[in-house]
Design a protein around this ligand. Structure first.
Ligand SMILES: NC(=O)c1ccc[n+]([C@@H]2O[C@H](COP(=O)([O-])OP(=O)(O)OC[C@H]3O[C@@H](n4cnc5c(N)ncnc54)[C@H](OP(=O)(O)O)[C@@H]3O)[C@@H](O)[C@H]2O)c1
Length: 243
């Protein structure tokens, strides 16, 4: 999979990690980026990065009808980046209701799955192409203070693995990314050190071009992943201290 000369669609491209993807794609010679966001006017600064190669597209990933429409309109996409996500910062038992958990599943699981389904034939028609699903280190272990967010990311990680297997035959590469601490609004309260969203974007595109299946892109994610590999049970016991 080569980024240079390709056509990418990035969800949640107006800020944070999504904007970092757009910047990294441009730096690596992408021919066109469809930068999508819920509100078109929130994309002005991203479009200003390169008015020729960046096209703004309105897309709420929880709107199934709209995402099918987008897949039928942008038939030249060779790289789908499922980045948009949200957290309600809620516990599984302690949250006052399931509203936040349901919204997390809609945004972090159902939206990306529906986009994979809608774009699978598009990617096949364009030679196979690739998908990057932005998951979380919370898809490796359930951090209890954001338990419902982690559940949605675990589901998205299983989906990523299944989609990789199902699309193998059509030559579509699927990269699962497990960030831990990347500079953005969502991670404002996460302790550092953090990498920038641009560094994150470059790391993902390098991993994609190397043909990797999974990426732990930053210091925090790598350290947690190593701890977890060493002793998953001890890792889980340590999570008790977070409550
Ligand atoms: N930053 C980290 O350290 C970190 C760690 C682990 C995982 N992640 C994951 O990385 C991804 C990007 O997060 P971020 O850190 O860049 O957070 P962020 O700064 O809060 O940005 C979230 C992005 O998702 C968009 N979004 C939310 N709900 C949406 C919906 N229904 N439809 C379309 N767009 C929607 C937001 O759009 P609006 O501007 O319209 O709200 C925004 O562009 C997420 O999947 C997140 O779970 C981040």
């Amino acid at each position: 999979m080569k980024v240079e000369g390709g056509v990418a669609l990035v969800t949640g491209a107006n800020r944070g990690i999504g904007r970092g993807f757009v910047e990294a794609l441009l730096a690596r010679g992408i021919a066109r980026v469809y930068a999508t966001a819920r509100r078109l006017d929130s994309l002005d600064a991203v479009v200003a990065l390169d008015r020729v190669r960046v096209s703004p597209v309105g897309l709420d990933v929880t709107d199934a009808r709209r995402l099918r429409q987008v897949a039928s309109e942008y038939g030249d996409v060779s790289l789908l980046i499922n980045n948009a996500g949200m957290t309600a910062y809620g516990r599984l038992i302690g949250a006052p209701s399931l509203d936040g958990a349901r919204q997390e599943m809609e945004t972090n699981f159902w939206g990306p799955l529906q986009l994979c389904r809608a774009f699978a034939p598009v990617l096949a028609a364009n030679g196979g192409g690739a998908i990057i699903n932005v998951l979380s280190i919370g898809a490796m272990a359930c951090f209890p203070q954001v338990g419902s967010y982690c559940a949605s990311k675990f589901a998205a990680a299983a989906m990523t693995q299944g989609v990789r297997l199902e699309l193998h035959g059509q030559g579509t590469r699927v990269l699962g990314v497990y960030p831990g601490a990347v500079e953005s609004d969502m991670s404002a309260a996460t302790p550092g050190p953090k990498i920038t969203a641009l560094e994150h974007g470059h790391a993902c595109l390098v991993a994609l071009e190397r043909g990797e299946d999974n990426l732990y892109p930053d210091f925090s994610a790598q350290a947690k992943h190593e701890d977890w590999l060493r002793d998953p049970a001890a890792f889980e016991r340590n999570l008790l201290s977070r409550l």
